[in-house]
Design a protein around this ligand. Structure first.
Ligand code: NDP
Length: 313
């Protein structure tokens, strides 16, 4: 906000439940302030079952736009007037823009991931092979966006193998990109085959393993069914980490803590490491740009996110 709130102040926000641990209000309000825009960003706790009236309220109250998060990302899809290609392919919406009463739905998660890969690891996916661990909502956004960006091949592995098989089939059918699956090791002492890790130019950790318990409590644990509790941040995915090589990129979608066990181990073996904070930052920057039409003050947003991470971590 440039000055005090008035009837001219444009209102953005986030629809989700719960929102206690969302970093988006701090990031977006810092951005509006730095850009000198008369905007404000508010958390709107929208209970399951209340999404239809909440979306209608965007029109009624004249909100400029909102982000949508758990548990509403998929359900929002059918409530909007127009959708981007990404939102349709991913099957979820994370950004709604109010265009004079017509609601446009987009998904900036995948594009945020790509922009962060480019900015933080100078990685361009075209022609490359990516190994993705996980098959939940975030893995779906990443897999779809990598396919749109022209990867040569995707390898998907997930604890519930059915979800990985379904996602691989969906991506191959809808984008034409080769997508294979690899079984998740059943035994705790086993890892995924080293050859798969070595084949990949990019390895994406897209499960909620390694995430701080404060996020787990209010986030994917509700759907993912993880029961790791306090020890979760000490855990990681079953990979032969010593086989990571120099130049390979290891990306963890988890952003709290900033350095997960996955990133630490991959980095020690020589990989370039990227934290999920980058994806969170750039998906937010893209939403900001859609609502305001102005370039996002990325550095300010990054600082606000880091501050949130340290205070809520
Ligand atoms: P979902 O609940 O949709 O999926 C959770 C995934 O984690 C599933 O693949 C699930 O496997 C797997 N998983 C959970 N616990 C375990 C375990 N103990 N062992 C093996 N696999 C496990 O969550 P999301 O896809 O929305 O989120 C996944 C992660 O990505 C979270 O940490 C989230 O914070 C992060 N994220 C980061 C974003 C960013 O901007 N950086 C954006 C969105 C998410 P299964 O299918 O077998 O249950």
């Amino acid at each position: 906000m440039a000055s005090g709130i008035s009837s001219r102040t444009k209102i953005c926000g986030i629809f989700g439940c719960p929102l206690e641990h969302s970093f988006s209000p701090a990031m977006q309000n810092a951005a509006f302030k730095a850009a000198g825009l008369d905007y404000i960003y508010l958390p709107f706790v929208v209970a399951p079952g209340q999404l239809v009236v909440a979306v209608e309220a965007i029109r009624t109250l004249g909100l400029a736009g909102v982000n949508v998060t758990i548990p509403h990302k998929e359900a929002a899809l059918s409530l909007l007037d127009e959708l981007s290609g990404e939102a349709r392919l991913i099957g979820a919406v994370n950004t709604i823009v109010n265009r004079a009463g017509r609601l446009y739905g987009d998904n900036t998660d995948g594009r945020g991931f790509l922009r962060s890969l480019k900015e933080e690891a100078a990685f361009i996916p075209a022609g490359k092979t990516a190994l993705i661990l996980g098959a939940g909502g975030a893995a779906r956004a990443v897999a779809a966006q990598l396919a749109l960006a022209g990867v040569k091949k995707l390898i998907l592995s997930n604890r519930s193998s059915r979800r990985a098989v379904d996602l691989a089939g969906y991506i191959a059918k809808n984008t034409g990109v080769k997508a294979q699956t690899a079984p998740w090791p059943e035994n705790k002492s086993e890892t995924l085959p080293g050859a798969l890790l070595q084949e990949a130019d990019l390895v994406v950790q897209a499960t909620s393993i390694g995430m701080h318990r404060s996020n787990l409590r209010n986030g994917p644990i509700l759907r993912g069914g993880f029961a790791g509790g306090e020890k979760n941040i000490l855990q990681t995915v079953p990979l032969p980490f010593h086989l990571f090589r120099t130049g390979q990129v290891a990306y963890d979608l988890v952003y709290n803590p900033l350095e997960t066990v996955f990133l630490k181990k991959a980095g020690q073996a020589g990989a370039v490491t990227v934290s999920g904070l980058g994806m969170l930052l750039y998906q937010g920057a893209l939403s900001f740009e859609m609502w305001t039409g102005e370039p996002a003050p990325v550095e300010v947003m990054k600082k606000a996110l880091q501050k949130e991470c340290y205070s809520k971590g």
